[in-house]
Design a binder for this molecule. Structure first.
Ligand SMILES: [Zn+2]
Length: 175
């Protein structure tokens, strides 16, 4: 039997309209279909929800650099002289704030699941950006996600969530 995992990326209030600080237009419209996916646990061998989880002074926040959100800045590699350009964002998904919470109707169903499940946090190291839920943007720090997929002997992964062009995209590439 093929073992399939569902990976739900960053279904968090700060990425959701109308009040999220980095809300994705129509983002809330995907909550119900995703919640319906986990109401069919027989389809999954593992369900993982990811959570962007930043300290309040995270380097991806424009406020830390005294520039406007969505500016491109040059970032330095944490351990070498390498640099690269990255966009800075409004403050979002700060640890233990409402904005970082996983959307409630989804989370309620997630908590009911009796199959293997996990919440994987990313973005908690202050000095680096994370788009992929597998690793930071330099590929230095790895989350527990790769091991979770291996330990559960997952053959296939379905990826859903927000935002399609950043965290979903980079997670799919790393997968
Ligand atoms: Zn973030």
């Amino acid at each position: 039997m093929v073992k399939r995992a569902l990976l739900v990326i960053d279904l968090q209030e700060d990425f959701l309209p109308p009040n999220g600080s980095l809300a994705i237009a129509e983002g809330r419209s995907i909550v119900e279909p995703i919640t319906n996916l986990i109401k069919q646990p027989q389809n999954w061998s593992l369900v993982v929800a990811t959570q962007d989880w930043h300290p309040s002074n995270h380097t991806s926040f424009a406020s830390q650099h005294n520039v406007e959100p969505f500016t491109e800045l040059e970032f330095k590699h944490p351990e070498s002289n390498q640099t690269k350009k990255q966009t800075v964002w409004p403050d979002h998904c700060v640890q233990d704030t409402f904005g970082s919470t996983i959307e409630k109707t989804f989370l309620t169903e997630f908590e009911k699941l009796s199959i293997p499940k996990a919440i994987v946090k990313k973005g908690y190291l202050q000095d680096r950006e994370y788009y992929s839920c597998f690793q930071d943007s330099w590929g230095l720090h790895h989350t527990e996600l790769e091991n979770l997929l291996k330990e559960n002997e997952i053959d296939e992964v379905v990826i859903v969530g927000l935002a399609y062009d950043y965290c979903v995209l980079n997670s799919a590439i790393d997968l």
